[in-house]
Every structure is written in C-alpha cells, then in structure tokens.
Design a protein around this ligand. Structure first.
Ligand code: NAD
Length: 246
C-alpha cells in the first residue's frame, strides 16, 4: 500500500512509539490521526498530526472516533494498534503485604488495555474496510515478551494473544484485500521502558543484545512502514529487537 495519500489511525499516538510511528507515517505522506487517552500529551502533538481523545478499551469511544474520521476523510486505510501499558507484576511476590499472588483484577486490567483493545479497535475499523471493498492494513504492536517473560504474566499473555489474532486475521481478512501484521519490538529507548526497568536491568539487556544497545523508536516506526508498504507481507510478526532472545 502506498503510504503517501493514505489515511492512518495510530492508537496511543501521543507519546513514545506511537508518536514516532504517527510522525513517520505523516512524513511519508499519510494523513495521520493520533488517538490517545492522554489529553496533556495530545495537546503537545506537532501541528502536522491530528490528535483525538480515545480510550481504546471503550467500544463506544472507538466507534465514535472512527465514524468521525470517516466522515472527515472518507475512509481509514491503516490502523496501527499501538496503545498499551507495559505492566510488570510477579506471579508470586512474598514481600507483598496485600497477598502474595498476582492480583486477578490487575491481570484483567492489563489484558483489557493490551489485548481487548486490539479486538475492539480492529473490529470497528475493519467493518468499513470490508464494506467499501477497499484495501486496508492493520499493524499490531506486539512485543519480544510475547514468548513469556519473568514478571509479565498478563503482559506476555496479552501480546502472545495479539500475535495469534494477527495470524488469524491475516487469513480471514486477506480475501478482502486487508492485510494484518504485527511488529514485535525488543527493548526500545522510550520513557515507558525507562520507567518500567531499572538502570542495572537496562545495562544487562544492552549487554545481552547482540547489537549492544536499546532500539530507537524511529526503528520501530520504519518497520511499521515496511509492513504497510509491502503488499505481500501478511500474517507476519516482525521482530525489531537487535537480535536479543529472552
Ligand atoms: P508509552 O507508555 O510511552 O505510550 C503508550 C501510549 O498509549 C501513551 O500515550 C498512553 O497514553 C496510551 N494509552 C494507554 N492506554 C490507553 C488507552 N486505554 N486508550 C488510548 N491510549 C492509551 O509506551 P511505548 O513504550 O511507546 O509502548 C507502545 C506500545 O509498544 C505498547 O503496545 C507496548 O506494549 C509496545 N512495546 C513497547 C516496547 C518498548 O520498549 N517501549 C517494547 C515492546 C513493545
């Protein structure tokens, strides 16, 4: 798909990887709507990006924002499901005064934002791609942690399920000319990574990565653009991780 002239919706587009993806698609000629829960971050978007307030866990919100974009731009060609919350909690934490087991409510909350949201947004966007019988591309932002990672019961499970949905949708939607791929970043130098991981852990990750560094947000954005532009990539989970295996 040509990115130049396309209409793209990037969720979680006001910060971090989402902002890098939105800016890169815009620089390649797309009209980009960066949708996010964070009003403050949206108010600081560059003027070239259109910001929309959106909670990706709300089907009603999703439908309203998508209807507004279609009314204004006629269609959505590209959906990047990027919004997510990196969530760490050990399954067993004997030091936790509230109970040693991972809390079920927090498990469900992580699944809601990291997994259910991808279903909610994609089902709302794909409907118009199918009914107008146009081409469309979905890109889900997964993670290296989808294979399972210590301290990430919920997050890893959510990202593994996102990978599975990506493959399922690539098969079901391909007949309508709609492609679905995932990009799975390793450890990328964003505020959320620096919030989630201590300096010694980051140093260990860098030392364990064959390229001996964290990734850049722009490198994830380039991978997203590549899977959008290549019309025969469908059902892929593209690793962008410097060769790190966890
Ligand atoms: P971030 O916290 O910097 O940005 C996430 C954005 O999503 C924020 O702007 C936040 O407001 C938004 N968001 C959160 N909940 C939302 C909701 N309910 N509705 C709408 N917007 C919401 O995080 P990031 O590092 O840029 O991560 C972006 C994506 O990349 C996530 O899916 C994350 O799991 C994935 N990822 C990140 C890394 C990394 O190293 N940073 C690695 C692998 C995967």
């Amino acid at each position: 798909m040509r990115i130049d002239g396309a209409v793209a919706l990037v969720t979680g587009g006001a910060r971090g990887l989402g902002l890098a993806i939105a800016s890169h698609l815009q620089s390649l000629g797309a009209t980009v709507i960066a949708a996010d829960l964070d009003q403050d971050a949206l108010s600081q978007l560059p003027a070239s990006l259109t910001g929309r307030i959106l909670d990706v866990t709300s089907p009603a919100d999703a439908r309203a924002v998508i209807a507004e974009i279609i009314e204004r731009h006629g269609r959505i060609d590209i959906l990047v499901n990027n919004a997510g919350v990196i969530y760490n909690e050990p399954f067993v934490n004997i030091m936790n005064p509230d109970g040693i087991m991972h809390d079920y409510g927090r498990f469900r909350a992580s699944l809601n934002v990291n997994l259910d949201s991808v279903f909610i947004m994609t089902s709302a966007v794909v409907e118009q791609m199918v009914t107008r019988r146009g081409k469309g591309v979905i890109v889900n932002i997964s993670s290296i942690c989808a294979c399972g990672n210590e301290g990430q019961t919920a997050y890893s499970a959510a990202k593994a399920a996102v990978n599975a949905m990506t493959v399922t949708w690539s098969r079901e939607l391909g007949r309508w000319g709609i492609r679905c791929n995932a990009v799975a970043p390793g450890f990328i130098d964003t505020d959320s990574t620096r919030r989630a991981l201590s300096e010694p852990i980051l140093k260990h990750i860098q030392a364990s990565t064959p390229l001996r560094r964290l990734g850049e947000a722009g490198e994830v954005a380039q991978a997203v653009a590549a899977v959008i532009e290549n019309d025969f990539i469908n059902g892929a989970v593209l690793a962008v991780n410097g060769g790190l295996a966890i």
